[in-house]
Design a binder for this molecule. Sequence first.
Ligand SMILES: Nc1ncnc2c1ncn2[C@@H]1O[C@H](COP(=O)(O)OP(=O)(O)OP(=O)(O)O)[C@@H](O)[C@H]1O
Ligand SMILES: [Mg+2]
Length: 392
Amino acid sequence: MAIISSRDADHPQQGTQPRKVRKESKEPLEATPDSQPQNLAAPDPLLLRVENAPKTGEDLLQPQAHPAEGQEESLRPRTLAEYIGQTELKEVLAIVIAAARSRQEPLDHLLFYGPPGLGKTTVAAALAAEMGSQFYMTTAPALESPRDIAGYLVRLKRGDVLFIDEIHRLPKVTEELLYPAMEDFRLDITIGKGRSARMTSLPLERFTLVGATTRVGALTSPLRDRFGQVQRLRFYEPDELVQIVMRTARLLNTSIDPEGAAEIAQRSRGTPRIANRLFKRVRDYAQVRGDGHISQAVAAAALELFHVDPMGLDWTDRKLLTMLVEQFGGGPVGLDTMAAVTGEDPQTIEEVYEPYLLQIGYLQRTARGRVITPAALRHLGYEAQSPLPLWS
Ligand SMILES: Nc1ncnc2c1ncn2[C@@H]1O[C@H](COP(=O)(O)OP(=O)(O)OP(=O)(O)O)[C@@H](O)[C@H]1O
Ligand SMILES: [Mg+2]
């Protein structure tokens, strides 16, 4: 499977499996599946990490990819069997794949959504690999002009997978070209300009569009409706994150015990990308301060040094929760009030912060607003105080 992506080309490839990579040019028509790899001479990974890696606990806990994190590609599971967790999603995909294969048809268009770092890109690439398809990867903001998307579409062969990341950010003209392409496998193009301009349609092969977004609500309904399947990725359970950390340790030849992995997992906000990032910091610490082995004590000491909260809370989570306690007696408080008081954007609170706080049971959503839970109060050290009005 060749993977053609603009992002890949920006990162040194350090995996064991050589992958074909081509830098996405302004002329996507020129990129061909059998392009030669770029010169991938990688800078010293440790140097890269030390110079560019996020340093504070806050940065370490950001779910978005850090531009300097070059090793992410090599840690991506390549197949669904290797892909840990998301059991229901994998079950659905296994059925879809088996059905498409038995009919000898390409997969229906698929949309994956969920918070950053949960494995949307990874699952899309694994899907293409399972189907034995070519995987083309791009991101919506890169598809500025009709020419960009047309370049991809005309190149796709039957069954190929076109992956568009951040699909909620598609420019309008591009999105409109996609409607007939997705539905009728047809590319409508305008030839010429002014009064002599005329429309023509080109037939396309039956390809599969896979979209990924962190903001499914921001997709227009005509676009959303053209996906045969819309699948949500959920946060990972601690035991799944333990498996992910153990796998990463194996791939990076690091000695770790399950308790050490559990300590990292616990602080990873249910997110594999954060788990892998914390793992790398702990590995540095174990090499410098210890004998290289990651035990629970080593992981805890390292993460404390990097100011990573034991439950993975960051400054904004804490601010939201303390505000609830100190200004509103624990809630209920409406989203807009929370946004006004903390100075955060309501959408960011709803899409980035709340899902994790709800997942770990630190926040509850009620009809009258958000309410803090006793578990959150204990974590923040309020337990010694008299009961809040909410429970009195
Ligand atoms: N199920 C999984 N098993 C093991 N590792 C995983 C899994 N899902 C994700 N990862 C790891 O987490 C990293 C981030 O995953 P990925 O890039 O697919 O997330 P994403 O949802 O596409 O994020 P974004 O919204 O930022 O694009 C991957 O490099 C991979 O190493
Ligand atoms: Mg992604």
